[in-house]
Design a protein around this ligand. Sequence first.
Ligand SMILES: Nc1ncnc2c1ncn2[C@@H]1O[C@H](COP(=O)(O)OP(=O)(O)OP(=O)(O)O)[C@@H](O)[C@H]1O
Ligand SMILES: Cc1ncc(CO)c(N)n1
Length: 277
Amino acid sequence: MVNKTPQVLTIAGMDSSGGAGVSADLKTFAAQGVYGANVIVALTAQNTMGVQQVSMTSPSMIHAQLKSVVDDLKISAVKSGMLGDVPTVEAVAEFLQQADFGDYILDPVMVAKGGAHLLSDEAIVAIKSSLIPLATLITPNMPEAEVLSGSNITNHEDVMQSASKIQQLGVENVLLKGGHASGKDVYDYILLADGSHFWLKSSRVDTIRTHGTGDTISAAITARLALGDDMKKAIIYAKAYVDATIREGIDVGHGHGPLNHQARVADRHFPEVLENV
Ligand SMILES: Nc1ncnc2c1ncn2[C@@H]1O[C@H](COP(=O)(O)OP(=O)(O)OP(=O)(O)O)[C@@H](O)[C@H]1O
Ligand SMILES: Cc1ncc(CO)c(N)n1
């Protein structure tokens, strides 16, 4: 039987230090037990201390990679991460409009942990007009949500309003990640397609080893959707997974170190689900 194994795709950039981007996605896919394919839109010379150089893939090569994948594999969910510039966003949008890759998880990566910009201002406009309407789920962190919604976030009420504005841009579901806020607990907010919403609360791990947390949670959601979870279950499980990868950390590099993608999810890693708050 051809293509029985669950397969997912990441469209993103390579991080030479292996902690973020495509590397984080593939490690996450493997940990969830799905097969991962990858379309590389950029190379970054990067480590745990910052991004030293970026080289973009040509749109024709992006198209060729996507075609090679669609011509042979059976992708049941796709995620995008770092997209960099307008030609890349346009190449990806054009392909996603025609290809059937199943659920599309859009992680609107804008800035790396060390502060390097991974998306041009013009490309933010292109993502809003061409990619957001195609997405099943978008997973902005707080600064990305502020840019996409055009509103400041200082409290939980602002988070909910920002997510609602982003949903109005045409995406079905919104996960607004709370890693960038301060406080002893971390709150992620989820607004689902049917208008229902909830918070995921977990205790903050006091560490700077959080390189690739955003890539990892969106990749884990992509994998869980391909395995048949509904959106709510996929997000809760993915949150438990990323929590385990941070909590059971490894010691790599001098700066924002990578996660332990081999960490196993245990009951103690599951977040508190706060409904109707
Ligand atoms: N210190 C921490 N302790 C526990 N959970 C965390 C911590 N930092 C981030 N998280 C969790 O990790 C996930 C990613 O959140 P975050 O807001 O850091 O994303 P991000 O900025 O896109 O990450 P990155 O840019 O590194 O890919 C969220 O579920 C968040 O709650
Ligand atoms: C290639 C790449 N993609 C995404 C991120 C954000 O984590 C990063 N630092 N590098």
